[in-house]
Structures are given as structure tokens and as C-alpha cells.
Write a protein that binds this ligand. Sequence first.
Ligand code: FES
Length: 263
Amino acid sequence: MPYHEPTIIARRELGALCQLTLRAPELARAARPGQYVLARCAPPGSADPLLRRAAFLAGADLAAGTVDLLLDPSERGLIWLADQRVGTWLDLFGPLGTPFVLDRRTRNLLLAGAGPALPALIFLARVAAADGVAAVLLAAASGPDRLPPPFLLPSDAEYQSSAVGPAALADLLGAPAPGRSLFASPIAWADQICLALTADLVTPAADAVRAGRMRWGRGFAQAALAGPTPCGVGTCQSCLIDTRTGLRTRCKDGPVFDLRDLQ
Ligand code: FES
């Protein structure tokens, strides 16, 4: 089983967010953008909170044998995790779930997201940059201190953000509006779109893609879907979502789905 006990080797507070860099060579080798780990968020000897918390991987450095987490400590488990100091070892399970799949022909990659899966797009931007793919990241959050800082992205990635709330993601994507040209949408520019969403953002994001693209096939738009994942292995059935292909577990069949299957 993919259990790891990495040590925190760096910790940075980035506004309300916290970046942890962990020494975890095996995890770094296995990790792919879109995957997550389940972290035990209680001190040794305590089982409170009992359930592990999901954290999307924000990067992996094979040469250094490290992985990055970018946490928004908005509930008590993640608050505990983000509060841990350099030198502390963590108890992680992962990497879990299905990753994004980049088409080899993709040259223009649009990344757009809000919420707990957003770190997966930073990881993907880094992987894409290493392959010479031009990436644009659109990010929305409930405040400027909850947006990933631009320096986490590769230097040639473009970044636009909105701090008025996650729902602003549809505007960033160029949702239909009176007087707006179809070709003003970043979706018209993209060869592929990878999204980080919560359940309430799926429909607005899909509407924006539909409005910006006359035709789109399987694989063009993929979405990492965030939400509670108590077991992470498809056992407890508490993360079932309705898709075009039937009920699927978000934790194991996802978290990355083809956007068309979520509509
Ligand atoms: S979290 Fe248990 S089945 Fe998905």
C-alpha cells in the first residue's frame, strides 16, 4: 500500500495558504498532476480528527525527491497539517486517483480553477512547461490571500486571477455575455483545457466551454473534482457522483474526469 512518512523540509506561508515541501522520493516518482494524498491530521497518539484529509499535489521534483502541498487551511484537519513545522514527519497515503492526461499534440494549454483542487494545476503547469507547452492559468478565490502566488508557476506561464469568489471562474473563462465575441474567449485559444472545480462550478465551467467552442471531443476538457474523500480507495461509497456513464467514485474513478461526462 502507498503509505509514506515524509519529513517536512520547507514551509512557507503564502497569504492564507501554506506550502509544505516534503522529502518523499517514492511519492515524487509516482505522483502525477491531478492526483492527491490522504494525510493523517492528528498528533501521534491521537485519533482526532479520525478521518484523513485530501490534499492535491502541487508539484513533484524527481531530482530532489520532493513533493509540494499547497494547503488552504480552512478546516481543523488542514489547519493542523499546515501548522506543522520543518522536521516534522507526516503520515500520507497516496498518490491516489486518476491524473490529467495531456495530449502530445497540445501546444496551448488552458488551466482554470478554484478551490481545493487548484494546486493540481500548478503541478500540471510545471510538467507542461518542461515539455515546452505554453500554459495560461486562470484562478479564482474568495480573497487575494487565497490565490496561489505567481512565482509558483513556471516563468513563461501566463496568469490571470480574480479574488471576488470562486464563481468568478466562469467570467475568467469568458462565459457568454452581451457584446462578447466568441473568439475573445481563452477557450478558443486552447488546444486542451484542464480545470480544478468543486461540484457547484461544473455547470458554469461546462457552459463556458460550450460557448467558447463549437465542437469539442473527449479529452479536450478535463476537470479535477474536489470534495470529501474519507477512504480514497472506492470502499466507503460516500463520494459517488452521477456521470454520463453512471455512478462513479470521485476518489478512485476520479478525481479527474472528462468534463463531458460530468454534464
Ligand atoms: S471516499 Fe470512499 S469511496 Fe470515495
